[in-house]
Design a protein around this ligand. Structure first.
Ligand SMILES: [Fe+2]
Length: 567
């Protein structure tokens, strides 16, 4: 039984003070790790992606945030947003669906997918909602980005808007702004936010999104937006069956930032259109585009994130699925593929400059660790990719049937394979070093931490930026207990140089992670107030309208949703 049975454990998360259980802590490993996750008690059993957002924070300085002198503070906190507060007050009217959590108030903004640091500020994201700002110290909710009236709502809802955006907005190093998107019935709009004040938004001429948007990325002069492999079929909202696999190829749009700069907000902006294949969810631009617009694609060939396990499923080897995995998304059904593609907006030509496809070695790429400093994204040297391996327990016969002949069964390993961390050189994607875990460990969400942050020109950069000089921190889920392993970024193959753990401490399913140089209280700024977003209350029964007003009052008065928010 190799996948951890506790992966989707519904227990309430707990704080812990982690100790070094192997190796010695490097003095130059500092800062704060932040991790997004769905609260395990609230995902509802349908899909693990759809629990209310929580944040984990691991402090890399022993003795900070209330931990003993030799220990490391692992803290967690609810994102006590209007969505979470309303659900807490009226759980009876919220319903988990295969596409999120719905209610008479509207669609919950789960904000459970990815942390997005911006200097000392911290935002938490979700594909179907606005980015949410939280306080890096208390981990409590501060405000959603932009008033709801500045976003285009997919369908009108009384209180909680249904906004299709992306879980991976980006911070522009030169403009010091946040770029994100807002799709409206498939029409792409690019959105710019400068950290306060109003959003600026432009429709992109001829840019439609057939499936969904999970990621956007930027180079110095361009915004890159590709359709993503998470197909939304309307009947699923009402419990209907999935009928089609994800599209095998996707449109990609290049939008010139200078065109946005000179176009009045709301007017259409043109784009250049390309096609990428196989399908993608995560992709990362090389910021320096002086030699061309280059993007690394972590393809998700035959990965079915939208279809989760349910009772009675049969796994890829014909065995009954373990009920412990009800709600688990489908792991990849084909070997991993990564490519570096250069796009020429003038000629419309695209060229694959490098690729990585080693079917026997790398299966099921999950998430990657990058140097996100300005210097690191401008000239990346190494990226670190985590592979989950071939996990037949996490692929059901329903997944295989949906994809049919698209899955080449001859490429599936004959036996389950373990997770691997691989360091790949940039820009040629050549494997430099890799490390393999025991089969019953499930590492997740690796994070790059520079060795000497602040030594570069920007605060997030070390003296040798790019991704090779520093550490790769990897949370590892295991039925034997949770641990955090730290690798040298220039030699992950040597194995973890130091490991943190605490007795009987477990952590359930997590999503994206990030590193910040420090955790300090958020600046005192004017933010969107929920109290100003209650125009639709008359559409609600009196008791629900009263609950919404109460939440608005609590937020204005700074009343915490839960006692014991992390410090
Ligand atoms: Fe993601």
């Amino acid at each position: 039984m190799p996948l951890p049975r506790t992966l989707l454990d519904r227990a309430e998360p707990t704080d812990a003070d982690l100790s070094v259980v192997q190796g010695a802590w490097p003095a130059d490993l500092t800062g704060e790790i932040v991790i997004s996750a769905p609260h395990p008690e609230t995902f509802g059993g349908l899909h693990a992606f759809f629990g209310d957002g929580i944040t984990y924070r691991l402090s890399l300085q022993p003795g900070s945030h209330g931990a003993d002198a030799e220990r490391f503070a692992w803290r967690w906190g609810w994102i006590d947003s209007p969505s979470a507060r309303l659900r807490k007050k009226r759980p009876d009217v919220f319903e988990s669906t295969m596409l999120g959590v719905n209610s008479p108030f509207g669609l919950s903004n789960s904000a459970n997918t990815a942390p997005l640091p911006w200097g000392d500020r911290l935002f938490m994201t979700w594909d179907v909602g606005r980015p949410v700002e939280i306080d890096p110290v208390t981990l409590g909710f501060l405000g959603e980005v932009g008033h709801r009236s500045e976003w285009k709502e997919f369908l009108p809802h009384p209180v909680l808007p249904f906004i299709t955006s992306t879980a991976h907005p980006v911070i522009d190093p030169d403009r010091d702004c946040l770029w994100t998107v807002n799709t409206h019935w498939g029409q792409l709009h690019v959105v710019r936010w400068d950290g306060d004040g109003r959003l600026q938004s432009w429709p992109i001429e001829g840019a439609t999104i057939p499936q969904s948007l999970h990621t956007i990325t930027v180079t110095r002069d361009w915004i890159v937006v590709a359709d993503c492999a998470f197909k939304v079929e309307p009947q699923m909202l009402n419990g209907g069956e999935r009928t089609e696999p994800n599209n095998p190829s996707e449109p990609l749009y290049l939008i010139r930032k200078a065109d946005l700069d000179r176009t009045p907000v709301g007017d259409a902006v043109s784009c250049k259109t390309f096609t990428v294949a196989p399908e993608v969810m995560h992709y990362y631009g090389v910021y320096d585009d002086s030699d061309g617009v280059r993007v690394v694609f972590e393809h998700t060939e035959n990965s079915e994130l939208g279809l989760a396990q349910r009772a009675g499923d049969v796994d890829a080897l014909g065995r009954p699925c373990d009920p412990a995995f009800v709600g688990l998304y489908g792991f990849p059904m084909s070997p991993s593929r990564m490519s570096m593609i250069e796009f020429d907006p003038e000629t419309g030509r695209q060229t694959e400059q490098a690729s990585l496809y080693e079917p026997g070695r790398y299966f099921a790429q999950q998430l990657s660790a990058l140097d996100w400093s300005t210097e690191g994204v401008t000239a990346p040297t190494v990226r670190h990719m985590l592979y989950h391996g071939w996990r037949p327990e996490a692929v059901t016969q329903r997944h295989l049937a949906l994809y049919g002949d698209r899955v080449d069964r001859t490429l599936l390993p004959t036996e389950e394979t373990p997770a691997v961390l691989a360091s790949l050189s940039m820009p040629d994607l050549r494997p430099l070093s890799d490390y393999t875990w025991p089969l019953d460990d499930l590492p997740s969400s690796p994070i790059f931490v520079p060795r000497d942050p602040g030594a570069g020109a920007s605060r997030y950069a070390g003296s040798k930026p790019g991704g090779h000089d520093g550490y790769v921190v990897v949370p590892v889920m295991s039925d034997a207990g949770f641990r955090v392993e730290v690798f040298d970024a220039d030699d992950v193959g040597r194995g973890p140089r130091v490991t943190l753990a605490a007795p009987n401490h477990r952590v359930a399913f997590i999503l994206h992670s990030a590193w910040m140089p420090r955790a300090v209280s958020a600046p005192d700024l004017e933010r969107t107030r929920f109290a100003t977003e209650l125009d639709g209350l008359e559409a609600l029964p009196d008791d629900l309208a009263a609950a919404a007003r109460e939440v608005a009052r609590e937020l204005d008065d700074g009343v915490a949703m839960h006692a014991g928010v992390a410090q």
